[in-house]
Design a protein around this ligand. Structure first.
Ligand SMILES: NC(=O)c1ccc[n+]([C@@H]2O[C@H](COP(=O)([O-])OP(=O)(O)OC[C@H]3O[C@@H](n4cnc5c(N)ncnc54)[C@H](O)[C@@H]3O)[C@@H](O)[C@H]2O)c1
Length: 350
């Protein structure tokens, strides 16, 4: 199936198809130009080789996996490789991996020779439903996430759901948090589907085929939001639902202790009405996401983190609140009020 994204900064197709990585040469414009495949050490080699088979003599740039490598140092060595191998403006970058790879490769594409083509082949669920679409590219800088970046749209996105089968279960749960977020804020029918479908496989088992349709429906929401607010001036803030508190929790707990989606899950729970929360908590449990307070930092730590978050513009924070499933409203509230909402929240049990 193919979805289309149309923005004034660029239009591109998203192909969602089992086995698509083996058709990359056909589906992406990779012939007659130099191609640099950017990936990391955690991405299974066969996926990279499948994409490489669709290119003529590609350059493969593989960096060490992990958020800590979404850095200036990695960017610098990627740009140096492009220059060393004589890449010019007619050449292209293909990102094969999760959000770390996509963000870094996209930013390299945005900046090399003032911008070259790039393609996204997401291989994590989080990247498939979120990071690979929308054109936000970035690296982390000076301890802050995504501090240096650019809006740069991919030329095409290729999602092969079979590549998600090698993800550890906890990484799948991580991506499901973003799917739940999209459904809860925008699509009551999708939320019902999530309530009725077993999405989290047993460890080592493949994802259910229902995931293909769920990825497409979650992406349809992301596309609508991006098309109507490509530079995040208003509507796109809905994608931050659960993220303001989530980021603050993420920066307070030890690095790597909780995954991003797990923090987003905790961040969504206080931002709902009681009726919505009563439906959200069992969904989070079934998706393998936390619902409990054990991980919450002290109020002092939380406020410090909230005030550091770049989304907390000035004294007020744009909070996204869900009063009924499938809809949202935005409210400007203080960091204090947001922290109070978190501590007053009747979370689930561990
Ligand atoms: N640009 C955006 O709009 C946007 C949106 C959301 C998140 N992000 C960014 O995305 C990043 C997080 O992305 P992520 O959750 O994909 O993490 P990630 O990119 O670190 O991937 C997680 C791990 O899974 C491994 N991996 C990738 N594909 C695999 C596969 N098929 N099988 C087994 N292992 C695999 C990776 O090597 C990595 O170790 C963060 O840096 C975040 O800021 C960006």
């Amino acid at each position: 199936m193919t979805l289309q994204v149309n923005t004034h900064l660029g239009s591109y197709p998203i192909t969602i198809e089992r086995g698509a990585i083996r058709r990359a040469g056909e589906l992406l414009n990779l012939t007659g130009r130099r191609v640099c495949i950017v990936t990391d050490t955690g991405v299974p080699e066969p996926y990279v080789q499948a994409i490489a088979a669709g290119c003529e003599n590609p350059l493969i740039f593989c960096f060490a996996q992990g958020e800590q490598n979404k850095s200036f140092d990695t960017l610098r060595s990627l740009l140096a490789q492009l220059l060393h191998h004589g890449f010019d403006r007619t050449d292209a970058i293909v990102a094969v991996g999760g959000g770390v790879v996509t963000d870094l490769a996209g930013f390299a594409a945005a900046t090399y020779m003032r911008g070259i083509d790039f393609y996204n082949v997401p291989t994590t669920l989080l990247c498939a439903v979120d990071a690979s679409v929308g054109g936000k590219t970035a690296i982390d800088f000076d301890g802050y996430k995504n501090m240096i970046g650019a809006f740069w749209q991919p030329r095409a996105v290729l999602i092969d759901p079979e590549t998600l089968d090698t993800l550890p279960r906890r990484r799948i749960a991580d991506g499901l948090a973003e799917v739940v977020k999209m459904a809860l804020t925008n699509d009551a029918a999708l939320f019902e589907t999530i309530e009725q479908t077993v999405l989290l496989p047993g460890e080592g088992e493949p994802l259910p085929e229902a995931i293909d349709d769920i990825i497409a429906r979650a992406l349809a929401i992301k596309i609508f939001v991006v098309e109507n607010d490509v530079r995040e001036k208003g509507l796109r803030r809905v994608l931050n639902f659960g993220h303001t508190l989530g980021h603050a929790i993420e920066s307070c707990v030890g690095l790597g202790e909780l995954y991003h989606g797990e923090c987003v899950a905790l961040g969504m729970v206080p931002m709902c009405s009681d009726a919505v929360r009563a439906r959200l908590l069992p969904v989070l449990v079934r998706c393998g996401l936390p619902t409990a307070t054990k991980h919450l930092p002290s109020k002092h730590e939380l406020l410090r983190a909230l005030k550091h978050d770049k989304k907390a513009a000035g004294a007020h924070i744009h909070a996204v609140i869900v009063d009924s499933v499938g809809s949202f409203r935005m409210e400007n509230i203080t960091a204090e009020a947001l922290a109070d909402a978190l501590y007053a929240c009747p979370f689930g049990k561990e």
